[in-house]
Design a protein around this ligand. Structure first.
Ligand code: FAD
Length: 394
């Protein structure tokens, strides 16, 4: 008799939850996604995809969508000091020379991840409020009075995860003392701006990043600046374009030419968290920012959530209802160390980006040498390890 694969409920319809659902469906599993918002959507800003996740997007058939909606960045990508003095080129390939680095508008990404799922998989307007395991049944309750049952539940409900306390005692993410101003500018308004490059300027306590999204039609910008106590309270809120312009006044004139075109901007408080000692309890596991919020200074939060989803689906494909809890632990074992390394790397890189060095020559040399680390990050393929972990389950 063929053992039945476990059924899965995913809580959270962000990048992590939606990609995981795609990977689970590709493996033939039955999955439902529950999202609190009345409609799927994302903020008007970009996310940068790197070869370690694009490899997995391709595997579930989403390669053409990445190519269509993304903007590939190329070899002119560069780091500069705040005044425009060049530091080093940006690594845009893995070790084999494969360039799969794409700027992506978050709304486009969420839209095509959801569109690729069979009808009826995603349920919006469902805010999870509680989890319980009754025997072999995993159950989530929602604020609207509904409940969903499955063999396992995946909490992909972001940095402020409602379900994480059911795995690990409640803890608060740590405010990093900085905020990111984010938004996009139509390329036609800054026609001089290269639409095929990732560019970053590094200054004292601040840095400024741009990359193209939506096939180069929009230029995404992020300005990272120190934050005061007041900003700490509102972790995501509209920002003032004039405040943003003032933060980067006196920097490379190119930045001013882009910021002159900013009409609206949003700011995010940046949070970090020590790596969690556990992601899984029984039939509940964590994925994406719910498991490992990290600073954005390696551009890996979403990329790592995609690796998570692929690992989980690859392992669960070989599990059944009985072995599902062991499969979740195997997923956690495979992912926890890799992600902790990336979390630490993001912290270290933030110090470089914010020029927290007495000798900037040393910092510049580290930025140049960082290409080697990027290559190993981008070379990683989560699937062989997941297949080995799945084989060990049987
Ligand atoms: C300034 C900045 C720049 C970044 N740049 C990059 C980058 O270039 N590359 C990169 O890889 N990463 C980047 N990141 C990180 C990346 O945005 C996150 O890691 C990624 O979006 C996490 O995806 P997620 O699905 O785990 O969580 P989220 O995107 O937060 O999605 C969680 C979803 O769950 C829903 N939800 C929450 N609570 C509930 C509930 N109780 N019930 C039901 N649904 C719920 C939410 O509405 C949301 O849709 C950046 C982050 C910041 C702050």
């Amino acid at each position: 008799m063929v053992e039945k694969q476990p059924s899965v409920v995913v809580v959270g319809g962000g990048i992590g939850g939606l990609f995981a659902a795609n990977a689970l469906v590709a493996q033939g599993l039955t999955v439902s996604v529950y999202e609190q918002a009345p409609a799927l959507g994302e903020v008007g800003a970009g996310v940068f995809l790197t070869p370690n996740s694009v490899r997995q997007l391709q595997r579930v058939g989403l390669g053409p969508s990445v190519e269509k909606w993304g903007a590939r960045v190329g070899s002119g990508s560069h780091y500069f000091r705040h005044d425009g003095a060049p530091i080093a080129p940006v690594q845009v390939t893995d070790s084999s020379g494969w360039n799969a680095t794409f700027g992506m508008h978050r709304a486009d990404f969420v839209e095509f991840l959801a569109a690729a799922l069979p009808a009826g998989v995603v349920h919006t307007g469902h805010r999870a409020t509680a989890f319980e395991q009754i025997g072999d049944v995993a159950r989530v309750s929602f604020a609207n009075g509904a409940a969903a049952e499955a063999d396992i539940v995946v909490a992909a409900d972001g940095i402020h995860s409602e379900l994480r306390p059911y795995v690990f005692p409640p803890s608060r993410p740590v405010f990093h003392g900085s905020v990111a101003f984010r938004g996009v500018v139509p390329h036609e308004r800054i026609a001089h701006w290269p639409a095929d490059r990732w560019l970053m300027w590094l200054g004292k306590g601040k840095h400024f990043l741009t990359f193209p999204v939506r096939a180069g039609k929009l230029i995404n910008y992020v300005g990272f600046v120190p934050a005061d106590q007041e900003m700490k309270e509102s972790w995501s809120a509209p920002g003032d374009p004039n405040v943003l312009r003032a933060e980067f006044a006196g920097w490379d004139l190119r930045i001013g030419s882009l910021l002159a075109q900013v009409q609206a901007t949003f700011r995010w408080a940046l949070y970090d968290r020590e790596p969690l000692p556990a992601w899984t309890k029984g039939r509940l596991t964590l994925l994406g920012d719910a498991a490992h919020p990290m600073l954005p200074h390696l551009g890996q939060g979403a990329n790592q959530s995609i690796e998570d989803g692929m690992a989980l689906a690859t392992i669960l494909a070989r599990a059944n209802r009985q072995t599902a809890p062991a499969a979740l632990l195997a997923y956690e074992r495979l992912r926890r160390e890799r992600v902790a390394q990336v979390q630490r790397g993001a912290r270290e890189n933030g110090m470089r980006y914010d020029s927290a060095y007495s000798d900037l020559g040393v910092r510049d040399a580290e930025i140049a040498a960082h290409a080697a680390f990027r290559k190993t990050l981008y070379d990683h393929d989560v699937v062989p390890g997941a297949q080995a972990a799945a084989a060990a389950l049987i």
